[in-house]
Design a protein around this ligand. Sequence first.
Ligand code: ATP
Length: 436
Amino acid sequence: MINTIPEPNESQVEKIDLEEFLNFLNLEPEVKSFLKKACEVAKKRGEFLYFAGGVVRDYLLKKTTKDFDLVLQGNLDTFLQELLSYVEGKILFKSQFLTYKVKVETLNKNFTIDFITARREVYEGPAALPKVFPSSFKEDILRRDFTINTLILGLSPPYEGKLLDLLGGKQDLKNGIIRPLHLFSFVEDPTRIFRGIRYKVRFNFQFAEEFYKALYKAFDFLSLEKLSSFRLCQELKLYLHKESLNNLYSLLEITFNLGVFEKAKLKVKKERFLELVNWLQDLKEEISSQEKEKIFFWGLFGEFYENILRLNFSDKEFKKLKTYEELIKNEISNFLKMKLFEKVRFLEKIPLVQLLVLSLFYKDLKEHVLEWIKIYRKIKPEITGKELKDMGIPEGPKIGKILSFLRKKHLEGKIKSKEEEKQLVKQLIEEGNFLN
Ligand code: ATP
């Protein structure tokens, strides 16, 4: 394990055109002038300000980057106070790890910048959160996950306009290699394993031999088992939220093949991966990101109670899933014989997330659910409750009954337009006894 890095030598420092780099970031004018001011303030205070991590990596890969981290070797608290006395911006959040989230208002939409204090981290046990201490850029490089994320780009002296590559990050980036910085990297922080898998898949890179060695070390130290349920969930969520759905299958497969699920004490069925990914693809246009997340977690882990305990999911939700599973198990053969509107009525008895999760386990149900969510769920009478009142229907449960009756007629294909709905309601009123 490397504890210190010597001063950069010439071969590790490369001149960069800062203006070109800022253009690459494609920033709103307000953000660009905010950054320029930040550089001036850093220079005036004699503090070293630099970009680090993903943004520098993505610049060299010529890939667009969504957010970026700015690191200060210095006192971030007073630095930001001074900066914000010159330019518009608001501190949204300050974390225990000496980082700040700052909002910069722009004409189109607000932009947030993560400001980080260059820091040293000390881990007191496997998978424990580190203690952090303000430190130098060199130590800040040493706390990072992979060599490809150790590149920094200076915005103020002593390395203004310089790209610093102290640990061979550029070479690994060029060769497409994911290499942890030391053997105990994943013992200290097993979330790096998931991060490494994401980078591998996202960039189509390879793991260095050191990755496997660090992985087996983490296994020896039971680091994944010790990882808190909260942090484990957070990492898995990033598979969904930071990566493309097209990559989800590979992410899950690699995680499984490396033995990571097993060591994290999560029981999964490999056969489910493809079904789950296809199902999420099918549902893509129809569900919210929160629903997607639930289907992902419950679809992958919801069959086994051990997982519920491991992930600290609610017992109540597990029982709810089981209750609806019973219902489906008992009714599935009847369901398949039902008329369309009866099918719809049955499906709508089950809450959306539970229905979509259980469709994964009951394949006979799946195509019907897909048709329902894409088509029949959206079929609703056009006439409103108010219009029904205006036609003489008294306020109260009758309105709801008429609306569901009209929906049934739509589903049966007996009516197609609002005009026909009105005709039918008139007819019902004339007949008078339909709602009793
Ligand atoms: P992405 O493109 O996924 O946003 P990123 O590299 O910007 O990639 P972040 O999660 O935003 O990823 O982290 C920023 C930087 O902080 C990383 O590049 C890495 O250097 C460092 N980092 C983040 N998490 C860890 C970790 N668990 N251990 C060590 N370094 C980390």
